[in-house]
Ligand binder design. Structure first.
Ligand SMILES: [Zn+2]
Length: 298
């Protein structure tokens, strides 16, 4: 993606000094019922209504990573939306045993007026949001059996179509998430449940580069070159060595943690913080407070 790489190298273009951009993270599998606090789909639909009333604009995650819109520094009231783990509920409207008919994040976003004026959407391959998916099919099948309903709801059959519609880009959430449900994970000592344990070149290459290879294949080259750390764990090795020094291998433009603060011009591009629904806020009131706490910077 040479054009994007050239944009990325323009370090003078950046986020305006006073702008703080919240990056939100929702999980498609978080469906315990229909209430806001139980259901990330219901929460996002409500949150989007607030953002519209408060006159926020969505910013494409790719534009945030490139820190610019149309060759100008990012300014104004901006918010960025991401999804983790890549369950089918990101893209497909489906029945769920706890909540009845569930509208996918893709449908909810498509129907929101916020969709009509997304900052940075004109950049090549830019989408309104990004969904970070787990690459390994074997890992997804095991996680589906162990943690979901065993109904094959961690598929990659929709990735390509989704990536081409530019509402939700398909981003990289590692090879196997070092998920505890798996017998063997791609970590030299088979340490599960912690992405901090990915602290060597071979492990990083398998978890990030090999995952990107797979995403590129499945999406026909339309994957979004952004990474989200499983569990939000940004290891020192990945942030300070692997990502900055091996860009040709991993081909990412930015990486997201879950640090619970907004992105500013001082944020490390390899550890951009996010707020997680159900962790950093649990209600419409807490969501509004999160934004009011940003004060006049946003
Ligand atoms: Zn995850």
């Amino acid at each position: 993606m040479p054009f994007l790489k050239n944009l990325f190298k323009k370090k003078s273009l950046s986020i305006h000094q006073r702008v703080a951009i919240p990056v939100l993270c929702y999980h498609g599998s978080q469906i315990g019922g229909t209430a806001y606090s139980q259901n990330d789909h219901a929460a996002m639909e409500e949150d989007l209504r607030y953002l519209l009333r408060a006159q926020y604009r969505l910013i494409s995650p790719l534009a945030l990573a490139l820190r610019q819109e149309n060759d100008t520094p990012l300014t104004g009231k901006l918010v960025c939306i991401t999804f983790d783990d890549g369950t089918d509920f990101d893209y497909l409207d489906q029945e769920h045993q706890n909540a009845g008919f569930v509208k996918s994040f893709h449908t909810i976003l498509s129907q929101s007026p916020l969709q009509n004026n997304v900052a940075g959407k004109s950049l090549p391959n830019a989408a309104s949001s990004v969904g970070f998916v787990i690459a390994s099919e074997a890992a997804r099948q095991t996680i589906d059996q162990a943690c979901l309903l065993g109904r094959n709801q961690l598929c990659d059959s929709w990735w390509r179509e989704c990536a081409q519609q530019s509402i939700i880009g398909i981003g990289n959430h590692s090879w196997d998430h070092t998920h505890e449900a798996l017998d063997i994970v791609h970590q030299a000592d088979n340490i599960k449940g912690s992405f901090h344990a990915i602290n060597t070149y071979p492990d990083a290459n398998q978890q990030i580069r090999a995952a990107q290879d797979y995403l590129d294949t499945i999406t026909g080259g339309c994957a979004t070159p952004l990474f989200a750390y499983p569990y939000g764990h940004a290891s020192d090795y990945l942030v300070n060595e692997y990502f900055p020094n091996y860009e040709k291998e991993h081909r990412q433009l930015a990486a997201f943690s879950t640090d619970g603060k907004p992105v500013t011009r001082d944020s490390n591009i390899w550890a951009l913080p996010r707020y997680v629904c159900g962790q950093h806020w649990h209600s419409p009131e807490e969501f509004r407070k999160l934004f009011s706490d940003l004060g006049d910077r946003s």
